[in-house]
Design a protein around this ligand. Structure first.
Ligand code: BDR
Ligand code: CA
Length: 323
């Protein structure tokens, strides 16, 4: 049976590829997608999610708007990485599929209550505001979540938005602290992993070779998205962060890491949003997160490329049938 997942996301070109990977994969049953405020404000992320679903030929997916602001303080965004729309690099039509009326936080709570306990995985690709709010509002839902798989944090790689903090955790450290303190099994895809999944020329070319409109859109996004990190790190290609969350669900054997204690710094101006990771087990604090550190990057791109090629093929077939 397919694994039931809720995706919480702030697209974001890398979020877009993660959503497409999930929608391309029969092993996953996407119960709904919740928009987070992060890379760009909520007013854009909820539209971007629907554009991506329509690109995938899935206007039936239920999309919800979550919170527009972090739990505490002002929203920090990342247009300098993702562009003014959050999805710069390819033009997609305005979506016609609806945004659901229900608030994203209530959707998370209701779904966890309605589905059998221990069967729903939450995948977060952005700041943790919606999940943190849901857990703070109704703490008993923690016991019903199968696992949380999240892109966020870093240890040996340091931070990306500050020297100490990764963007998703930095935007809402209070929410992250609630999530990491919830007792739910957590699998973390930190910068230590995602900085190893680089959009090298050969990997982007493999996606380009899929051909057609679909691959033009993906390559447009990848080319746009990598420019910032290539300039910053001098690497061949940029880190494709968020699809690691979905790839882990499909092929966990691609990843290796260690169960650690991870605590979130919420106070210090200097290190706010830091994921303090006890890799060496020196604190004696309870181990609350599977901190992934390594990935088979070629295996990751092979999976991603194969799945989006299959989705592109289905879409091309559907278009041909319609004409
Ligand atoms: C994370 O921040 C965003 O810019 C990306 O979409 C990813 O989720 C990486 O730090
Ligand atoms: Ca993201």
């Amino acid at each position: 049976m397919a694994e039931k997942i809720i995706i919480d996301t702030d697209p974001g070109q890398d979020d877009a590829l993660a959503i497409l990977l999930a929608l391309a994969s029969p092993e996953l049953d996407v119960l709904g997608i919740v928009a987070a405020a992060g890379n760009v404000p909520l007013s854009l992320t909820n539209v971007n999610i629907r554009k991506i679903c329509e690109l995938a030929g899935r206007p039936d997916i239920k999309v919800f708007a979550g919170c527009s602001q972090p739990m505490d303080g002002a929203l920090v965004t990342a247009e300098h990485v993702h562009g003014a729309t959050g999805l710069d690099g390819a033009d997609l039509p305005e979506p016609t599929m609806p945004l659901q009326d229900q608030h994203g936080v209530d959707f998370i709570i209701e779904t966890l209550r309605n589905e059998q306990a221990g069967t729903v995985t939450i995948c977060t690709l952005g700041p943790l505001t919606n999940l943190g709010k849901a857990l703070a509002k109704e703490p008993e839902i923690a016991g019903r979540i199968r696992q949380i798989v999240l892109m966020g944090g870093g240890c040996f790689e340091g931070g990306n938005i500050t020297p100490a903090a990764e963007f998703n955790i930095y935007v809402d450290p209070q929410a992250a602290a609630v999530v990491f303190g919830s007792g739910v099994p957590i699998v973390m895809m930190p910068l230590d992993v995602t900085h190893k999944t680089l959009t090298t020329r050969a990997r982007v070319e493999a996606i380009r070779r899929i051909g057609g409109h679909f691959s033009e859109v993906l390559v447009g996004w990848l080319d746009y998205f990598e420019r910032f990190d290539v300039a910053k790190y001098g690497s061949e290609g940029g880190p494709l962060h968020d699809p690691n969350v979905i790839a882990y669900l499909l092929k966990p054997e691609l990843y290796s890491g260690r169960l650690c204690n991870v605590e979130i710094e919420t106070e210090s101006e200097l290190t706010k949003g830091m994921t303090v990771t006890d890799w060496w087990g020196v604190s004696g604090r309870p181990k609350n997160a599977m901190f992934m550190r390594d990935v088979d990057a070629d295996g990751f791109y092979a999976l991603l490329t194969e799945r989006v090629a299959a989705l592109a093929g289905r879409q091309a077939g559907a278009r041909a049938e319609a004409t």
